[in-house]
Structures are given as C-alpha cells and as structure tokens.
Design a protein around this ligand. Sequence first.
Ligand SMILES: *[C@@H]1O[C@H](CO)[C@@H](O)[C@H](O)[C@H]1NC(C)=O
Length: 130
Amino acid sequence: MAQGRGSARAGGNGAAVLALVLLCVLLHGEFAESAVYTVGDRGGWTLNSGGWPRGKRFRAGDVLQFKYGRGAHNVVAVNAAGYKSCSAPRGAKVYSSGNDSVKLSRGTNYFICSIPGHCGAGMKMAVTAA
Ligand SMILES: *[C@@H]1O[C@H](CO)[C@@H](O)[C@H](O)[C@H]1NC(C)=O
C-alpha cells in the first residue's frame, strides 16, 4: 500500500516537472524570438565594430539593429567570401537608413560596410547564430 501511494505521488511529480519543463521551453523560445541587439552598443555600427559579437550568444531569429549616421556608412549582408574579400556580390541588399534591423539566420551571418575603404579598415562583422 505504501508502495502504491509512493508511485502515485511520483506520477504527480512527474506531471508537474513535465509542465515546468514545457513552460521553460515556451518562455525560452519566446525570449529567443524577441532578442534585439544594437550593434556596437552605444558606439553603433562603426569602423571598429568587428569585435562587438565576441562573447555574445546569438540565436536564429534575433534581430541586429545597425545604427550609424545616414550616408556615413551602410550595411550589406554578404557571404563568407564577400566578408573575406570585402566585396558585396552583385544584387546584394544594401541597408542605408542609419537604423536598419536585420534578422539573423541560422549559421554565420556576415555584414560589411560597402563604402570604399571602410570594410578594409575593419568595418565588417561575422555573427554566428545557433
Ligand atoms: C530604429 O528602428 C527601430 C525598429 O525598427 C525602432 O523601434 C526605433 O524607434 C528606431 N530608432 C530611431 C532612432 O529611428
């Protein structure tokens, strides 16, 4: 009888734990969806933003906000080759509003400023999203 009660209680705990785990998964998913980062924090998107992602954990769906003086810079999403060579592929989307939001996709996302000389001076960034 004691054993029967024990297992009934274990069953109840199991359901509670399962509910908690589900809640955590749901909440976690929601926060992951809504994470918004300002690139470069207060400094914004500048010539030395390349190191900004270091030590941060990004998830697919997170949003990066690039803030900079309109006309001073731009943001182009490129592939690994474009990142290395500082070249934007033909037809690449160029963001230039000075307040551009870009959603991260899974894997490594590469961004450069395509204004001549800027990427070469270090204005490029690789962000890996899990
Ligand atoms: C920049 O864009 C974000 C989202 O698109 C918006 O919430 C914010 O108000 C904008 N900031 C400025 C200074 O325009």
